[in-house]
Write a protein that binds this ligand. Structure first.
Ligand code: 5GP
Length: 206
C-alpha cells in the first residue's frame, strides 16, 4: 500500500531489437497493475502487428493533425517515420493507480522526463552487440538498410545510457528475469518518500 495511490509513469527504452516488446508483454501477463501506452506511428504495420494494439497506424496527414491539436505528449522521427505518445489515457490510468509503460526511444524518453520529472527511466540493453544484430535479423521484417540504420542508432542511443535511472539486461531466454527486474524497480519507486509526500495530519504531534 502507498500513501500516494497514483500510478507510476515508466519509460522503457533500449535499442531496436533489445526485446522491449517481449519484456513488456511478460510484465502485462504477470500483473494487471500495468498498462502499455499504444503509440501513434506513420510506419506501415509489420505482418504480425495489429492496429490499435501494437500501434495506432496513421497517415502522415493524420499525424500532423495530432501534433497540431496538442494530442501528443512527445513525438520523434525514426527510420524515416514518425512515432508519438498520445496524451489521452495516460493521465486517466495514472489517476486510477495503474502504472503506465511508455516503450519509446531515447529522445522521447528525455522529453518525457522533462515534462514528468517523477517518471522513472529504465534502459533495457541486450547482453552484447552480436545478440542485438541477430535479433534484428531474426525479425525478418526489416530491410538490410533499415537493419544497418537501427544498428547505427543503437550505438548512438547507448551513449545516453547514464541519463536513465536504471539499466536492465534482457539476456537470451531470461525475459522473465528482465520483467521481474522492471516490476521490482517500479515497486521500489512507488515506496520512495518523494512519491509519497503527503503524510496524513494525524501522524503529527501537536
Ligand atoms: P519500431 O519501428 O521498431 O516499432 O520502433 C522504432 C523505435 O521507435 C523504437 O525504439 C521504439 O521504442 C520507438 N517508439 C515507439 N513508439 C514511440 C513513441 O511514441 N515515441 C517515441 N519517441 N519513440 C517511439
Amino acid at each position: 500500500m502507498n500513501l500516494n495511490e497514483k500510478g507510476l509513469l515508466i519509460v522503457l527504452s533500449g535499442p531496436s531489437g533489445t526485446g522491449k516488446g517481449t519484456v513488456v508483454n511478460e510484465i502485462l501477463a504477470r500483473s494487471d497493475q500495468y498498462s502499455l501506452s499504444v503509440s501513434d506511428t506513420t510506419r506501415p504495420p509489420r505482418p504480425n502487428e495489429i492496429d490499435g494494439i501494437d500501434y495506432n497506424f496513421v497517415s502522415p496527414d493524420k499525424f500532423k493533425e495530432l501534433i497540431e491539436n496538442g494530442e501528443l505528449l512527445e513525438y520523434t522521427q525514426y527510420d524515416g517515420n514518425y512515432y508519438g505518445t498520445p496524451l489521452k489515457n495516460i493521465v486517466n490510468h495514472l489517476d486510477d493507480g495503474i502504472n503506465v509503460i511508455l516503450e519509446i526511444e531515447v529522445e522521447g524518453a528525455l522529453n518525457v522526463k522533462r515534462l514528468f520529472p517523477e517518471a522513472v527511466l529504465i534502459f533495457l540493453i541486450p547482453p552484447d552487440c552480436d545478440t542485438l544484430e541477430s535479433r534484428l535479423r531474426m525479425r525478418g521484417t526489416n530491410s538490410e538498410e533499415s537493419i544497418e540504420m537501427r544498428l547505427e542508432r543503437a550505438k548512438e542511443e547507448l551513449n545516453f545510457y547514464d541519463r536513465y535511472d536504471y539499466v536492465v539486461i534482457n539476456d537470451d531466454g531470461l525475459v522473465d528475469e528482465a520483467a521481474l527486474a522492471v516490476i521490482s524497480i517500479a515497486e521500489s519507486e512507488k515506496h520512495k518518500t518523494s512519491f509519497n509526500k503527503h503524510i496524513p495530519e494525524e501522524f503529527f504531534t501537536d
